[in-house]
Design a protein. Structure first.
Length: 95
């Protein structure tokens, strides 16, 4: 797949997931809260939605290091999570 095809496919996937799972802002607010709850004894600050998106990128990068585990899908997911991270970063910056 060519580089621009990855970007275009990632846009399609983001739209599909948005219809399936709803607004990513709400989802990543909830994910940040859950990550913070799980890691409460180890954290001094709560995990932000932006940081939650970065953690999902890290998960996809780790999966990409495993041979034979759907690397193309993980690349597309990582692009999507990075796009969400960018939007959440801009939102946090405005707050």
């Amino acid at each position: 797949m060519k580089a621009n095809n990855y970007a275009a496919r990632a846009v399609d996937i983001l739209e599909e997931r948005g219809k399936e799972h709803g607004d990513f802002n709400k989802l990543f607010d909830e994910m940040g809260s859950l990550f913070s709850f799980i890691l409460a004894n180890k954290l001094k600050d709560d995990i932000t939605p932006y940081e939650a998106a970065l953690l999902m990128v890290a998960l996809k990068l780790a999966r990409m290091q495993q041979k034979g585990t759907g690397t193309q899908d993980s690349i597309l997911d990582a692009i999507g999570y990075l796009s969400i991270a960018g939007a959440l970063y801009e939102k946090e910056k405005k707050s």
